[in-house]
Design a protein around this ligand. Structure first.
Ligand SMILES: Cc1ncc(COP(=O)(O)O)c(C=O)c1O
Length: 383
């Protein structure tokens, strides 16, 4: 499928149509299109305690609508199960800690989200062997032998490397290894890991999925009911559940996901193109740039290339001056919001990046305004 293609073969509708209708219940006269958040710790439950709604840590009708919506976007026309969580980390931990036991081996990326090293420490403390390898060049395949689970982040955050999902899944499955893909950066409109063969698609909904920088959320989606029952059990034990208000806001935000993704992806490409021409910029990465090292594989498996662009300025001071000079771009962490954000990633200390490394998240501003702001800030910070 070509990037930006809107149709999903076999389903008859495009991404925009699917996004605005995703997860909506059948219309009921005098009821709203998307029912409001259900605030309930418990539900009336005389007699036998059977579902669908018993206790608020196990189920909530607002989650049900959201989970259906995400499932429809992750795997249109297929029967997938989705579970919503309080945050992306809650979703990631649910998969790792529900699937792995002492004595098992897991493969993580070396260049993934900066909390993964903490996860690694915790898994090791529980007796799980953790191997790591970079995302690029499908290097995780080199340490896969005998692993129970492979954790992939493609594109990786913040380095934006990409691995060949189809190829990796094929090798992993041939030796009985489960594959989970962190789909945060791409969103389901950018990439559908389950269609590419993964067992789990996992993401932070805090980023572009919901796009307004006003809530934390996560989810796990899978076709495999057996795997999902252990993830559900983990959610019940740990209780890392989304609040009904967050779940409802997230669902409401999905209606604009297609519009936001289109604009933000176009803005990211426009920025990458101008950054490419600047002498002070090095290490520019954006999988949507035709000459990016990841472009070939990305174009095979992604439908949109995301809103994050990464690059380096010569020094930490130069990067700080640049961030300070930006007027339309907030200096903030996270990414995927409708308002552009950028940060000097090295300030956290967790990523192996140069001191002047910037992770830039393109928002939904007018492209000419955003590009002009970035060029002006580059000029002003150049001294
Ligand atoms: C790729 C990726 N995965 C997972 C997470 C964690 O998500 P959350 O902050 O919602 O827990 C993040 C957060 O930045 C991320 O960038």
């Amino acid at each position: 499928m070509k990037p930006g293609d809107n149709d999903t073969p076999g389903t008859g509708i495009g991404d925009g149509t699917r996004a605005v209708r995703a997860g909506l219940p059948e219309p009921v006269k005098y009821e709203p299109t998307l029912p409001g958040p259900v605030f309930a710790a418990h539900f009336h439950l005389p007699g036998e305690p059977t579902g669908p709604y018993t206790y608020g840590r196990d189920e909530n009708p607002t989650w049900t609508h959201l989970e259906r919506a995400i499932g429809e976007l992750e795997a249109p026309g297929e029967d997938v199960e989705t579970l919503a969580f309080a945050s992306g980390m809650a979703a990631i931990s649910a998969v790792l800690f529900s699937q792995l036991r002492a004595g098992d081996t897991v493969v993580l990326p070396t260049d993934g989200y900066q909390v993964l090293p903490l996860v690694r420490e915790q898994l090791t403390a529980y007796g799980v062997e953790v191997r790591t390898a970079p995302t690029g060049d499908d290097a995780q395949l080199g340490v896969l032998d005998g692993a129970k689970l492979l954790w992939i982040e493609t594109p990786s955050n913040p380095g934006l490397d990409v691995c060949d999902l189809r190829r990796i899944v094929e090798v992993a499955h041939a030796q009985g290894t489960l594959v989970a893909v962190d789909n945060t950066l791409a969103t389901p409109l950018g990439q559908r890991p389950l269609e590419l063969g993964a067992d789990f698609s996992v993401a932070s909904g805090t980023k572009m999925l919901t796009g307004h920088g006003d809530l934390l959320l996560g989810y796990v989606a899978s076709r495999d009911a057996g795997l999902m029952s252990s993830v559900r059990r983990w959610r019940k034990i740990v209780g890392a559940i989304p609040g009904p208000m967050e779940a409802w806001l997230a669902h409401r935000s999905l209606a604009t996901l297609h519009l936001r993704a289109e604009r933000q992806t176009a803005n990211a490409l426009a920025l990458a193109e101008v950054l490419r021409g600047r002498p002070e910029v090095t290490g520019l990465r954006y999988p949507g740039l035709p000459d990016d090292p990841a472009h070939k594989i990305a174009a095979q498996q992604m439908r949109r290339f995301g809103c994050v662009v990464s690059f380096s300025l010569p020094t930490r001071a130069h990067a700080e001056r640049f961030l300070e000079a930006l007027r339309l771009v907030d200096d903030a962490t996270s990414f995927g919001g409708v308002r552009s954000t950028a940060e000097r990633r090295g300030r956290w200390g967790g990523d192996a990046v140069p001191e002047g490394f910037i992770r830039f998240s393109a928002g939904a501003e007018d492209p000419q305004d955003l590009v002009a702001d970035v060029l002006r800030a580059l000029d002003e910070s150049a001294y």
